[in-house]
Design a protein around this ligand. Structure first.
Ligand code: NI
Length: 166
């Protein structure tokens, strides 16, 4: 059990492309356990490995925030394969604490992901889970949700963020 420090907006390590995972190891099990611990400690619905400084294509999601053990999802080398519709709603990120902004995302998302055993499976998510799939996979590509906004809006968010973290 270990809650790891979360890198925050502005840290260049959040902007790097992560690498695919090869053979599964006990160290990676520990990493996954730490990711869940960290997400729950911060009351998040998901976190990606690069947010704790590990540049591997691994992310965890739990839209129940620990309330339902069956809701735990592990993504390994994931890819969005298809999306459908759109939803408009609030989004936040553990790496940008205190900031929540309205962002359009697909309503339904299909993700191809590897399992620990090395098999490929397809997962389907709707609503918050669809949003979480997109958000966490973006992290693996070095993208934060605030980067979807134009320069003017981003500057406003940056000011708001700087004010509250001062
Ligand atoms: Ni995030």
């Amino acid at each position: 059990m270990a809650v790891r420090p979360v890198l925050t907006w502005g840290d260049p390590r959040l902007k790097t492309n992560s690498s695919d995972v090869g053979d599964w190891t006990p160290e990676l099990d520990q990493l996954v356990a730490d990711l869940f611990d960290t997400a729950y400690a911060e009351e998040g619905v998901g976190i990606a490995a690069p947010q704790i400084g590990v540049n591997l294509n691994i992310a965890v999601i739990d839209v129940s925030s620990g309330g339902d053990p069956g809701a735990k999802i592990l993504l390994i080398n994931p890819e969005v394969v298809r999306t459908e519709g759109s939803q408009v709603g609030q989004e936040g990120c553990l790496s940008i604490p205190g900031i929540h902004e309205v962002l359009e995302r697909p309503q339904k998302v299909w993700v191809k992901t590897r399992t620990r055993e090395g098999e490929w499976v397809e997962l389907e998510g709707e609503d918050l889970l669809a949003r979480a799939f997109c958000h966490e996979i973006d992290h693996l590509r070095g993208r934060l949700f605030v980067e979807y906004f134009g320069p003017v809006k981003r500057q406003i968010i940056q000011r708001k963020y700087a004010k509250q973290t001062r």
